[in-house]
Ligand binder design. Structure first.
Ligand code: MN
Length: 254
């Protein structure tokens, strides 16, 4: 088995190293990730400039590839042939914050897994529900073991065509996790606020600021599972068609 490991936090992020190390128990691992942080960059295809890939050394002394492109660019480059050996699974993460509900199209972690699906390879994204405004060194051990367990199942059973997995792990010890829950996307509540400032020449500039988003704690959802101490596994597909709206709109006069 050959597993491609990527992320959106940059090739030197500790979550990526923990993930790569856990995946090595399942087969050959190639790490190919952006050279900088692309969090909340969404599903990107860089077309207006060339992309470079270069070898880098990770903190454990192993070799990885990094690119100046986005997470989804890394996956595309790998699948298009920059990585020569056939790839059986793409695993993205471990993101230091959860990716739930509406986060999935913002998330570089999740959109990297979406790119895998576009390339015809099973993909999964792994994110950690770390405490809000946590300062210090995050513990990725549990999430890495969870990622390994889920990847093992995906490699064994396969995924339906066009489906990727969005995995979110509670910030708990391995023995404190209640279990695995297959969930649907919940609702994110963004608390974005405009922060308008002036530059030294008096011209306005803007930050999309505000508080960290929260979630609606509802049973059966990704956020609900996390709040109850379960690993949340949401199967996602790229078909975003609103089928109910389709039926309603067909009845309009056209
Ligand atoms: Mn990130």
């Amino acid at each position: 088995m050959h597993i491609l490991v990527t992320n959106d936090d940059g090739v030197q992020a500790p979550g990526l190293l923990a993930l790569a190390q856990a995946m090595r128990g399942l087969g050959r691992v190639t790490v190919f990730a952006p050279d900088r942080n692309w969090s909340a960059s969404g599903h990107v295809k860089t077309m207006d400039r060339p992309l470079r890939a270069r070898e880098v050394t990770l903190a454990d002394g192993t070799t990885a590839l990094s690119t100046d492109g986005a997470p989804s660019d890394s996956v595309a480059l790998a699948l298009l042939g920059v990585v020569k050996e056939k790839i059986d699974l793409v695993v993205s993460g471990i993101n230091p914050h959860e990716n739930i509900g509406h986060d999935v199209t913002y998330s570089g972690t999740v959109t990297a897994a979406m790119e895998a699906v576009i390339g015809g390879v099973p993909g999964m994204a792994v994110s950690l529900h770390s405490p809000e405004e946590f300062h210090g060194v995050l513990e990725y051990g549990t999430a890495a073991q969870v990622a390994r367990r889920v990847a093992e199942s995906v490699l064994k059973a396969g995924l339906p065509e066009g489906v990727l997995l969005n995995v979110n792990v509670p910030y708990l010890g391995e023995d404190e996790i209640k279990g695995f829950m297959i969930t649907r996307q919940g609702l994110r509540v963004y608390r974005d606020a405009l922060d308008a400032r002036k530059d030294p020449r008096g011209k306005p500039y803007y930050w999309i600021g505000g508080e960290f988003p929260i979630g609606v704690d509802e049973e059966g959802t990704d956020y609900g599972a996390l709040k109850a101490g379960y690993v949340s596994i949401t199967p996602l597909q790229l078909d975003l068609t609103a089928r109910e709206a389709m039926e309603k709109m067909k009845k309009w006069e056209w």
